[in-house]
Design a protein around this ligand. Structure first.
Ligand SMILES: *Cc1c(COP(=O)(O)O)cnc(C)c1O
Length: 361
């Protein structure tokens, strides 16, 4: 029997840690037929070639992974079109973001980011000892880059630009990003979080790599969780100028990407697999168009999504609507008092959600 009368724990937590908002995970399915559209996951299960790489790697897990993930970094560098020294991998791009912040933020430095945006941002900033400065997202769900540039002070160390913005969906445009970067001092780090890059079809979206080439204070943050369908294995990466990349690498968790994850990611980047995976992304983009067209026909006016989700700014009705969706067998992601995010999933799941959305009109 465990001792239930253990002495009181008086170890103080850091104030920033004690004050952290709890991360609310996407809802998980229980028994019965439930469509999970709550976490922006890829609905396709792994390709056979990726699955066999996973199975093979599973037989080798008594060994440590390659600490610097040399082969994966090489594959990613080739994929992006940069030098390997410009790529840093981590246990999902959320972890990589944490390492980026740890590499540059001193206690009390300001980190500017849009809100509402990715719910991991306030947590990552607080854990790094930074001070969050949030800038409201415009009513149409687009980032207000001029306001974000105006929020930069001489205490600002980092600006986070989420494009497409999670959970609202729109991308920033190349021209407005150029104007923003011209307005921000060159010693302020600008993180372009491109988690949904492969889903973007807007011709006005920026070319992240070209932006990085012109602006060495930019870091690109990318992931294999969404388009590549490896959310459960945790592989994200940063692309940066070499000196910055070395700093990010220096604070990264040792062996932060497991051997199985490295092998799965390498298999996913192989030309044939990549072609198949990007065809799946095309199918999801087509589904996105079908869903947004149907929603427009139902009379919804929603932000223009370039990601694998749709945003419903429902305000105070959000929580009740989410419960109705759950009751109808569709799990969605509510942000209480603000809105609902609904991922694009398999055709049947999207149809089930469209029926729910119709009932809300
Ligand atoms: C999903 C997502 C990520 C990726 O997270 P991983 O840790 O790589 O799974 C990063 N940024 C945003 C905005 C996201 O929505």
């Amino acid at each position: 029997m465990p001792n239930t009368t253990s002495p009181e724990n008086t170890v103080p937590l850091r104030a920033a840690v004690a004050a952290l908002p709890a991360y609310v995970p996407g809802a998980r399915g229980s028994a019965g037929r439930v469509w999970k559209l709550s976490s922006n996951e890829n609905p396709y299960s792994p390709l056979p070639s990726v699955l066999s790489a996973i199975v093979e790697a599973a037989g080798e897990v008594n060994r440590y992974p390659d600490m610097y993930a040399t082969e994966l970094v090489g594959a990613l560098a080739g994929h992006v079109g940069v030098e390997p020294e410009q790529v840093v991998v981590g246990n999902g791009s959320v972890a990589v973001l944490q390492h980026v912040l740890q590499a540059v933020v001193e206690a009390g430095d300001e980190v500017v980011f849009p809100w509402r945006s990715f719910e991991a941002y306030p947590i990552a900033v607080a854990v790094a000892g930074g001070r969050a400065v949030t800038v409201p997202v415009a009513a149409d769900g687009r980032l207000d880059l001029p306001a974000m540039a105006a929020a930069v002070t001489d205490r600002t160390r980092v600006v986070l630009v989420c494009t497409p913005n999670n959970p609202t969906g729109p991308v920033v445009h190349a021209e407005e990003l150029d104007a923003f970067l011209a307005a921000v001092p060159r010693d302020v780090l600008v993180v372009l979080d491109e988690a949904y890059l492969e889903f973007v079809r807007d011709p006005q979206a920026p070319d992240g790599l070209a932006v990085l080439r012109r602006n060495p204070n930019v870091v690109l943050l990318r992931t294999l969780s969404k388009a590549y369908g490896l959310a459960g294995l945790r592989v994200g990466y940063a692309v940066a100028e070499p000196r910055l990349a070395a700093g990010i690498r220096a604070v990264s968790t040792p062996f932060g990407v497991s051997h199985v994850a490295q092998r799965a990611a390498i298999a996913s980047l192989a030309p044939t697999a990549q072609g198949e995976l990007l065809e799946r992304v095309d199918a999801l983009v087509a589904e996105r168009a079908r869903v947004t067209d149907a929603l427009r026909e139902q009379g919804w006016e929603l932000p223009e999504t370039q990601a694998n989700f749709v945003w419903f700014p429902l305000g105070e009705a959000t929580t009740a609507r989410a419960a109705e969706a759950t009751a109808a067998g569709v799990l969605v992601r509510p942000f209480a008092g603000d809105g609902l995010r609904v991922s694009i999933g398999e055709v049947e799941a999207n149809d089930a959600f469209l029926a729910v959305a119709r009932s809300w009109r």
